[in-house]
Design a protein around this ligand. Structure first.
Ligand code: SF4
Length: 437
């Protein structure tokens, strides 16, 4: 016999789809089928059932091989590493729940760590812009029910957030958007002919790294003032036309991604995108939203916002919270040799950081907490497998629109396996013991 768990939350991307159905064995020990998820979301659930899954902590040996160790030994290594270090880096925090983020933050305070999350290589520039000039945003529910002009700038949800378009932004029928996609106009700004661009009404193929100019040109076009014949590779007629399309909508939403946050101009691009949104509110209702990637990167910014006042790159090494992106951000610290131990949870810097930074992780005492084997676990000294949040343990996560959603446990983790939060609580207790010795 089997049973079906409904209204399951997908713990993969920032869309946090909440309509999944998961079939489990009657004893709750085996996950059999996943319905309604996209391919990457379903794979996250099914991967928890992999026969070759690592279920016990491992320590790297001199010859490069792994030796299985107990959770107690892993806790001891982690606590000693963090207390021995002058300035440890505690990085990641985007693929775990807010409860674990809170415990990790306490450890960071006690040991004087730098706490940084994946925004450091993603939407950190958006956070800087939001601190500079604020953000007129909304919820995905408002997008579904109200938005009739959709602008995707430097993002490709068809690949990175596969159900975003069907649940919220292009295809669904909402309260004031009863015609679904036929009642919406979609504009994509991207140098590449992406799959998202292929379903858009208009694709503006901006020249790489010239987003700021094009954003600025939109502000000129809104006012009907003169533009050069071509801006950032786009003929002015197309810019005027797209500007009119946006102005004529009842509700405009601008979604933006790493194509604009991590290209030339960085946070200034987002300053300008927010200014575009503000200008559009002279003519209609408009909002803007970052396409957050990891399912709870938004939550880690929320937790640190409450606790420290800053959403990422928080340096606690002086006994109080300092924040200065470019100085207190992970890659800058690693490449300047300013951190002497690395703790990673809920992220894979081995796959996403530049090689020079990954090499620094490899050269230092390091621990990776991750249910999967990843490029990061391959360069760390200790790998601690944990239960999958949102599959084997619940907890709070924040969707990309800052709405908190309680994820659900649908299946039991392998026997004896700890959760992120349990492991961190043990480390915190041991750190306090060591400091009291
Ligand atoms: S769109 Fe994102 S949250 Fe939704 S099912 Fe796919 S991976 Fe999961």
């Amino acid at each position: 016999m089997t049973r079906t768990v409904t209204d399951v939350i997908c713990p993969f991307c920032g869309t946090l789809c909440d309509d999944l159905e998961v079939v489990v064995s009657d004893d709750g020990k085996e996950l059999l089928e996943v319905y309604n998820a996209c391919a990457i979301g379903a794979e996250k659930f099914l991967h928890s059932q992999a026969k070759d899954r690592i279920t016990r902590p491992r320590m790297r040996q001199e010859d490069g091989s792994w030796k299985e160790i107990s959770y107690d030994e892993a806790i001891e290594y982690t606590a000693r590493m963090l207390t021995d270090a002058k300035k440890p880096l505690m990085y990641g925090w985007s693929s775990t729940n807010c409860e674990a983020q809170a415990v990790g933050s306490e450890i960071g305070e006690v040991v004087g760590a730098v706490m940084d999350n994946t925004a450091t290589v993603c939407h950190g520039t958006s956070l800087i812009a939001v601190q500079d000039i604020g953000i007129p945003s909304c919820t995905l529910g408002e997008v579904k029910n109200r938005a009739d002009r959709i602008l995707f700038w430097g993002c490709n949800p068809a690949h990175a957030h596969p159900r975003h378009m069907s649940r919220y932004s292009i295809f669904p029928r909402g309260f004031f958007t009863g015609k679904g996609h036929t009642g919406r106009k979609v504009i994509v700004v991207d140098p590449r002919p992406t799959d998202t661009a292929s379903v858009a009404d208009v694709h503006l193929q901006v020249e790489q790294g010239r987003d700021y100019e094009l954003l600025n040109a939109f502000r000129v076009a809104f006012k009907g003032e003169q533009l050069p014949d071509v801006v950032a590779g786009i003929p002015k007629e197309k810019i005027y036309e797209a500007a009119e399309t946006l102005k004529s909508g009842r509700f405009v939403i601008i979604f933006f991604g790493m194509g604009v946050t991590q290209s030339l101009g960085k946070n200034h691009n987002i300053d300008e995108a927010i200014a575009v949104t503000r200008d559009l509110n002279e003519y209609t209702k408009a909002a803007i939203m970052p396409m957050r990637g990891h399912y709870n990167v938004t939550g880690s910014g929320q937790v640190w916002g409450w606790l420290f006042g800053f959403p990422y790159a928080v340096d606690l090494s002086r006994g109080f919270a300092r924040y200065n992106p470019g100085e207190t951000t992970s890659n800058d610290l690693l490449r300047r040799d300013e951190v002497d131990a690395v703790f990673v949870l809920g992220s894979d810097p081995g796959a996403h950081f530049p090689f020079s930074s990954v090499k620094k992780i490899y050269d230092r005492p390091s621990v990776a907490i991750d249910p999967h084997e990843t490029p990061t676990t391959e360069v760390c000294k200790v790998h601690v497998p944990v239960a999958f949040v949102g599959v084997e343990v619940g907890g709070c996560a924040y969707r990309m629109d800052n709405v908190p959603i309680e994820t659900r446990k649908v299946v039991e983790p392998p026997e004896g396996m700890m959760t992120d939060e349990e492991f961190l609580k043990h480390v915190l207790a041991r750190v306090k013991e060591i400091q009291g010795e």
